[in-house]
Design a protein around this ligand. Structure first.
Ligand code: HEM
Length: 461
């Protein structure tokens, strides 16, 4: 056989090998009653194509198999549901064996007491702890004034500068919650802390492959560094006679929480409000500058609040925040149109029948909620930025708006997050005018992000 012939034989053998492995992987998941779909490669499944194609991966499979199908992503056999009513049912029925099913990477990196990952009695303990430290009185008297002071200072001296809103809002979300949770945050090498935190965030949704250079390995290392920093703060606090006025002081008053649970709670607060808040804030600024009528109405609301104050520099009050109805509508509409949260993960604790399909025990379910936001029977003219729709009395579409989740997992940081974004927008709109600099492009999946940043040129009002 000549050289070309040998190469051909090798290629054919390889191709046959690939096909055999793919086929074997399909056959081993062929159980009666499972939804239709494909499983891809052993271990890797269809993760790469899922991330690469995002919404079109979903649409292709929906066209081929219907709105419930199986696949293998992020290291697990997974059923994807694009059925809005089934998604609501799953979120409202955790007790029927539909518990959170976030990928292993998230549990390893955010900790095994992370509220969003645990279920049963531990979930109750951690969620109650969370709700008690962000209760309405603490929110009004302690948290909101701090958010306001932080935002007022964060948005000072922007005039004449080019600001990268993506970087800036990330920094804002991280520092704002660090400042609130541990008041030592600022003096505590916050730059080092921030870099470790960014590495932790990138590892949270990754394949759990612990090899040098993987996001998972970097995220895990960052977790350990953050654990050391936080443990040092907790130890010092316990030995300190000084009084502190931050969320950690409230957390340390809670009974029956171990140090590990306290630290996981701090990481959860910082993580949960990081990407959601920073992305929503960045996209709010983008949408209002693209929609002059919305910007005009927002300015009117904010200037109205400022004009009622003795001095324009007086801080925002809780009552001011509560009166910002149009601001809240802008935030909701931004979350809908940009789809800050694409989907939620659940896991079955027993074999379950869902919509006529069998989902085996231990499988993941990915509730793909993105599509609801662009369905015209839920949101008329869904591709238009229309904050006014949230001021109407139509509650029907709100049932399908799941950006804050639903049921016993409904986001407990919702008001805190909206307060941060509202205060940011207030100082942006009342102090500055801005214009996007050319060359900004946006990607929408798996995260909303501007690969080269979102630059704006800023002037004083
Ligand atoms: C615009 C901002 C935000 C969005 C879009 C958002 C979205 C969500 C969603 C969709 C869930 C449900 C997850 C699930 O069912 O698996 C959730 C849960 C959660 N969120 Fe938020 N969130 C935001 C802000 C925040 C903030 C600022 C915090 C912290 C202060 C926070 C803390 C949490 C926690 C701890 C949970 C888990 C609750 C549980 O499992 O009981 N979130 N969030």
């Amino acid at each position: 056989m000549d050289f070309v012939g040998e190469i051909l034989v090798i290629v054919v053998v390889f191709l046959m090998g690939f096909v055999a492995v793919l086929r074997w992987n399909e056959v081993r998941y062929r159980k009666k009653g499972l939804p239709p779909g494909t499983m891809g490669w052993p271990v890797l499944g269809e993760t790469a194509v899922f991330f690469k194609q995002g919404p079109s991966f979903m649409q292709n499979r929906k066209d081929r198999y219907g709105n419930i199908f199986k696949t293998h992503i992020l290291g697990c056999p997974t059923v994807i549901s694009m059925n809005p009513d089934l998604n609501s049912y799953i979120l409202l029925n955790e007790k029927k064996g539909l518990v959170p099913g976030y990928p292993q990477s998230m549990l390893d990196i955010l900790g095994k007491s992370n509220v969003a990952a645990v279920h049963g009695p531990l979930h109750k303990v951690m969620r109650n702890a969370f709700l008690s430290i962000l209760n309405p009185t603490i929110m009004r008297e302690n948290v909101f004034p701090k958010i306001d002071t932080f935002m007022s200072s964060h948005l000072s001296n922007w005039s004449g500068k080019i600001i990268d809103l993506q970087e800036n809002t990330k920094e804002m979300a991280f520092l704002s919650s660090l400042n609130l949770v541990v008041s030592e945050g600022k003096s505590l090498k916050s730059e080092v802390f921030m870099q470790e935190f960014y590495a932790l965030v990138s590892g949270v949704l990754s394949l759990p492959i612990n090899l040098p250079g993987t996001s998972y390995r970097k995220g895990f290392k960052a977790r350990n560094a953050i654990l050391d920093l936080l443990q040092e703060i907790v130890d010092k606090r316990r030995d300190s006679p000084n009084k502190h006025d931050d969320l950690l002081a409230h957390i340390l008053k809670l009974e029956n929480l171990s140090d590990e649970q306290i630290i996981d709670l701090i990481i959860t607060i910082s993580y949960s409000g990081f990407e959601t808040v920073s992305t929503t804030t960045m996209m709010c600024a983008k949408y209002i500058s693209d929609n002059p009528t919305a910007l005009q109405q927002l300015s009117k609301e904010h200037i109205g609040i400022r004009e009622k104050k003795k001095s324009p520099d007086d801080p925002l009050t809780w009552e001011d925040f509560k009166s910002m109805h149009f601001t809240k509508a802008v935030i909701y509409e931004t979350m809908r149109l940009a789809t800050v949260v694409n989907g939620l993960f659940r896991k079955t604790t027993q074999d379950l029948e869902l919509n006529g399909f069998m989902v085996p025990k231990g499988w993941r379910i990915y509730l793909y909620i993105r599509e609801n936001n662009y369905t015209d029977s839920f949101f008329e003219n869904p591709l238009a930025f229309n904050p006014w729709r949230w001021l109407e009395n139509n509650k029907e579409h709100q049932k399908y708006f799941m950006q804050f989740g639903a049921g016993c997992r409904l986001c407990p940081g919702q008001e805190y997050g909206i307060a941060e974004i509202s205060a940011f927008l207030y100082y942006l709109v009342t102090r500055y005018r801005w214009k996007e600099v050319a060359g900004n492009t946006m990607l929408s999946f798996p995260r909303v992000r501007a690969p080269t940043g979102l630059q704006i040129q800023v002037w004083d009002c």
